[in-house]
Design a protein around this ligand. Sequence first.
Ligand code: BTN
Length: 230
Amino acid sequence: MQEADISSRIRTDVFGRRIRMYDVVDSTNLRAMELIRSGEDEGTLVIAEEQTAGRGRRGRSWLSEKGTNLLFSLIIKPRSEIYSPGLISLTAALAVASAVHEKYNITAECKWPNDIISRGKKFCGILPEAVIRSGRPIGVSLGIGINVNQMKFPSGISEKAVSLSLLAGNKLDRIEVLAVVLQYLETCFRKLESGLRREILDQWLKFSFQIGKHVAVNTGSKVIEGVAED
Ligand code: BTN
């Protein structure tokens, strides 16, 4: 993937209009957070072919074969208190799930809080990390990892992970996937900003893996069981 190719094929107004591309980086989220601290504007895309310290949720790592998938972080500037990390994750998950479903006809389900799965296996992980200054978030690095063309996964992961190419039955154009996902991300975030929070939540519910299922929620002090409704 070349930066110029990405730029020429992106169809958004703001998201991904400025690109920082790396061959190898520790973590695109760490680079994006550094940029936020130095005043970078919303929409900058940090993208890499390989991460040596890819970050996942709960201190886990994110592994991805070099030059095969999509590893990127998008800088988002929270404009109001509606931008909680939870809502950012959920909006991003909706954008990725609907992009994949509508453009590639791949069934996608959102597994709360931020996994996207298909046929019971995960193909995308989302990790928003906020930069806080004087107690307020000054920006969020919205980290997204999408398994696009990986054909094999290491043992221990292969039971749980899948790629879009395995699901589609053919290799996909990574830049096209990125361009489509950025378009959906921009549309969903603009909706959120214009007050259509309920619409985002309702759309997300349609992709939800858990709604109607028996779930157990660990609050830290106790486990509550029931059927997920909303
Ligand atoms: C998860 O499911 O645990 C979240 C994984 C998020 C991975 C992406 S890859 C690009 C960005 N940079 C990182 O270090 N992590 C996120």
